[in-house]
Design a protein. Structure first.
Length: 515
């Protein structure tokens, strides 16, 4: 039974971590004289990794409010709602409404709200990964490729988790390198383990980069990806490309995203492919995601329950919509316009009949809760390459890459692209006009990756702030009391949960809490 001593010092039995039976545990690992657990084979360690991957979509990361906490996709949803491109049309049952309205930071003393949920989720994964890294030793049987596969995936998961922790609990990397980050744990912890203080942002990114670089090296000489739920060499490069964007490492972002696109059999989704509901990892372009089978579905506590308004679930009375400004940037020749309603003259109080309601994400089968979660797509990597090239002044090549995506979505895209100037300057804010190549790439990123990467994280790295209160805005909460145009706004950063301070003697709520 998993017991949380504090949020960073998580001691879990292998029965809970890896969802295996006691009999499986006794045959898959052995206790050395020192008491450390060692896997007998790489295959057994691989089974352990599968348990961690399942955690990426499970709910239950808080004492209550569990239905708005379901792993990676929960992060994507709340982080999009914190920006300006997604609208929560009404409060409904209340899930995510407080993220949308910036009303969760003051609730850090509770074990039921976003600060606790995010901290607990990512540190739980980190704790379990640390056990795997420590339990795979020279005595673990299996080919070198199999062992590399396990270790590479574990390092990649840890890099991914710390990357989202530092983005959630501190401002963006550039300009805040010496600011307090999050505690760093790289070894298994026990009840006696002393809690760590907050490392600096730079120290956190040093670990993130060391982990993802090691993952890439290991996975390059590993067995191929067995299932899209697993991180492979190409996905690890895609994760590194995300990290590099935040650090303004444009050349690294370009190289890694291009490498990710070399994944065998990978292709961009066509216009028809992207109209199927984004509910299957078999969709073209998907690099990494979770296959959710019927008996493992989390029903109401799931992403689609909050997105698809056509069923009698949370989304039915709490519609997720696109901002009318962003929708206006999508021409009628663009297939993605079908992801959302336009203006509905006779809106209904529930259901899909609502202006700008989303149809991008839909349940795969009526009456079934089994819909897959998509974590990374090739289209993101094309957008990353285009942005990185543009930032480096390589405008011709940047146009070639953005056209790869644009031409698949919009039959008139070449005409549209020809109207923007070669420039790496951002000339627009949320409600502005697209005039430069960088503007165009970033707008395409906002349209294509709507609710996939967490808009607020891009807002933070781009340092332009955001705005919901333009004339005619369809936002139901315009955040009028916050200066959201301020790129240094403290409110975009989550507060550290009180439970961490209660269990960690090296952190003091008065000194270490985020302002």
């Amino acid at each position: 039974m998993k017991k949380i001593l504090n949020l960073t010092l998580i001691i879990a039995s292998f029965l809970t971590i890896f969802s295996c039976s006691e009999e499986d545990l006794n045959t898959s690992s052995t206790q050395e004289a020192s008491g450390a657990t060692v896997f007998k084979s790489a295959n057994d360690a691989y089974v352990a990794l599968n348990g961690i991957y399942r955690m990426t979509y499970l709910s239950g990361w808080t004492a209550s409010n569990t239905h708005q906490n379901f792993g990676i996709m929960s992060t994507n949803l709340y982080a999009d709602l914190m920006g300006e491109d997604m609208v929560q049309h009404e409060q409904g049952n209340g899930w995510f409404w407080y993220d949308y309205g910036y009303q969760v930071r003051s609730r850090y003393t509770s074990t039921s709200w976003r600060p606790y949920a995010s901290w607990n989720f990512y540190y739980t994964l980190i704790s379990n990964v640390n056990y795997i890294l420590a339990a795979v030793s020279e005595s673990t049987s299996g080919s070198k490729a199999d062992v590399n596969n396990v270790l590479g995936q574990a390092h990649a998961i840890r890099a991914y988790c710390y990357f989202y922790l530092i983005q959630s609990f501190q401002k963006t990397y550039i300009g805040h390198e010496n600011s307090p980050g999050v505690p760093l744990y790289t070894e298994p912890t026990s009840a006696e383990t002393e809690g760590k203080p907050r490392g600096t942002v730079q120290q956190v990114y040093d670990l993130i980069n060391a982990d993802i670089d090691k993952a890439i090296v290991l996975l390059k000489d590993a067995t191929p990806q067995m299932h899209k739920s697993h991180i492979d060499y190409y996905v690890a490069n895609a994760i590194k490309a995300r990290i590099a964007l935040v650090q303004d490492r444009w050349a690294d972002a370009e190289v890694c995203a291009k490498e990710a696109l070399l994944k065998p059999s990978l292709s961009l989704a066509g216009s028809e492919d992207v109209l199927t509901g984004f509910n299957s990892i078999s969709m073209k372009g998907v690099m990494w995601g979770a296959e959710v089978i019927e008996d493992q579905a989390t029903t109401y506590a799931s992403f689609y329950a909050h997105m698809d308004a056509s069923t009698d679930m949370y989304a039915n009375g709490s519609r997720k919509c696109i901002s009318n400004w962003l929708y206006a940037q999508i021409p009628i020749t663009d297939a993605r316009r079908q992801w959302w309603n336009g203006v509905v003259t006779n809106e209904e109080s529930t259901g899909v009949n609502c202006s700008y309601n989303q149809f991008k994400y839909r349940w795969r089968t009526a009456g079934s809760y089994a819909s897959d979660y998509i974590y990374m797509r090739a289209e993101e990597m094309v957008l990353t390459v285009a942005e990185a090239l543009c930032r480096q002044g390589k405008y011709g090549e940047a146009r070639t890459y953005i056209s790869q995506l644009g031409d698949k979505r919009d039959s008139n895209y070449a005409t549209r692209l020809a109207k923007v100037s070669d420039s790496k300057e951002q000339t627009f804010s949320s409600e502005g006009v697209v005039t430069t190549l960088l503007d165009e790439i970033l707008v395409q990123r906002r349209i294509e990756l709507w609710c996939e990467i967490g808009r607020i994280f891009d807002v933070m790295r781009l340092k332009q702030g955001f705005y919901r209160d333009w004339n005619g805005s369809n936002h139901t909460n315009k955040l009028s009391t916050l200066n959201t145009r301020n790129p240094e706004l403290n409110d975009v950063v989550l507060t550290i949960p009180q439970a961490e301070f209660d269990g960690n003697t090296n952190m003091d709520v008065k000194k270490d809490q985020n302002p």
